[in-house]
Design a protein around this ligand. Structure first.
Ligand SMILES: Cc1ncc(COP(=O)(O)O)c(C=O)c1O
Length: 392
């Protein structure tokens, strides 16, 4: 199987991740902080190291403000539901994943908040001035993706962050598709809340992720419970990370995430991103019939600008040879790639329906090829050959 669905989750993981999890599960799989014994302390130390690595990757000053949960969706829900109050206004965009869309839509329908969705330009980027124009006296939160999981475009978060901070609102960034590939610096980019997932570009296992909470943000506790200390207090402790972490953490998963983060930081996100852009460029160069497909503007950027401003994914659809007959839907092509060529890609709406409306691909969506640090150039050559065969 040639796996080209790394934007959904990276697979396989680096050997170090498997080995790191295996060693931890066998040798130190205790419940952190819940006893004074050495194994509990070792588990606590491992989690603290993982927090420090996330903080380093995110340019966050205080590792204790790295809060672990199940995934990016947990981080986004914590941030959205833990900061907003009745009467607040939120600015978001049409490029968002449902992990931002749905919590906001729910609060909007309940009458709790008002939401403004900023449109993206023809280059699939948000204009920082459009975001600034959407800010109002009641805007408490601006919630945006760093890199779209449909268009692949990296958003100008530093320019947006400066405007949001000058206005006095909080800036929540969804780094699900960027962390591990695109440099992040919460301080320099004026990001107050950073949601991340462990199982994509950080090469950890599923069930890991969370939220980094900057100094300006205060997030209300959401899942209250035991924290391994301070058991006499009737309420959840105020201090981070325990404020947002009730219950036994995903110790085994975090051991894998630690190994994944070490692996990414050793290589450097920039190196990984350059590799991924090169792979997608190779796909387009290898195609004998590139014109059989609509690349939603990405082909020019991948070929002429070395993929500048993009992460390692590209969405596309078959172009109709005969307008009356229409083109084959993405689901049919993905099934053929899977069954006939053993190639895994993802068709559909990619949990981002507004992004597909923006592209004009709603409701069928598109095909998405996404690559990772371990993807090889020959995998893309095989994909190009398969696409050529299907186009013929
Ligand atoms: C842009 C974006 N945000 C959020 C998510 C949600 O991530 P998770 O499923 O790890 O919660 C995804 C997952 O595909 C994503 O691509």
């Amino acid at each position: 199987m040639i796996y080209l669905d790394h934007a959904a989750t990276t697979f396989p993981k680096p050997e170090e991740v498997y080995r790191g999890m295996d060693a931890f599960v066998r040798q130190a799989g205790a419940n952190p902080g819940r006893g004074g014994h050495r194994l509990a302390q070792e588990a606590e130390r491992m989690i603290d190291e993982t927090r420090a690595l996330v903080a380093r990757l995110a340019g966050a000053a205080r590792p204790e403000r790295v809060v672990f949960g199940l995934n990016a969706s947990d981080g986004l829900n914590m941030a959205i539901k833990g900061t907003l109050k009745s009467g607040d206004h939120v600015v978001t965009s049409v490029l968002e994943h449902n992990s931002i869309n749905r919590p906001l839509e729910r609060l909007e329908r309940d009458g709790t908040i008002a939401v403004t969705r900023v449109a993206a330009g023809p280059d699939h980027r948000l204009d920082p001035d459009d975001v600034a124009r959407a800010l109002g006296p009641r805007t408490r939160l601006v919630a945006l993706t760093h890199a779209s999981n449909v268009t692949g475009t990296i958003q100008p978060v530093a320019e947006i962050g400066r405007r949001v901070r000058a206005h006095g609102a909080l800036f929540l960034v969804d780094a699900a598709q960027s962390a591990g590939a695109v440099p992040i610096d919460m301080e320099r980019q004026a990001i107050d809340l950073l949601a991340f997932t462990g199982h994509k570009g950080l090469y950890g296992p599923t069930g890991t992720g969370g939220l980094v909470v900057g100094e300006r943000a205060d997030v209300r506790p959401w899942r209250e419970g035991g924290t391994g200390g301070d058991a006499s207090r009737p309420l959840q402790p105020e201090e981070f990370p325990h404020r947002l972490e009730g219950g036994t953490p995903n110790v085994f998963g975090l051991a894998g995430l630690r190994a994944g983060l070490q692996w990414v930081l050793e290589r450097g996100p920039e190196t990984i991103l350059a590799h991924e852009r090169g792979l997608l460029r190779g796909l387009l160069l290898a195609l004998k019939r590139p014109g059989a497909w609509d690349w939603y503007g990405a082909d020019g950027i991948l070929l002429d600008q070395q993929g500048e401003g993009r992460v390692g994914l590209v969405a596309f659809n078959a172009r109709a040879a005969d307008a009356r007959a229409g083109a084959a839907p993405p689901q049919t092509i993905a099934a053929a790639l899977d069954e006939r060529f053993g190639i895994a890609v993802r068709p559909g709406l990619h949990c981002a329906p507004h992004a597909h409306r923006h592209l004009g691909t709603f409701p069928h969506g598109a095909l998405r090829i996404s690559v990772g640090a371990l993807t090889r150039p020959e995998d893309l050559d095989a994909a190009a050959a398969a696409l050529d065969r299907l186009a013929a």
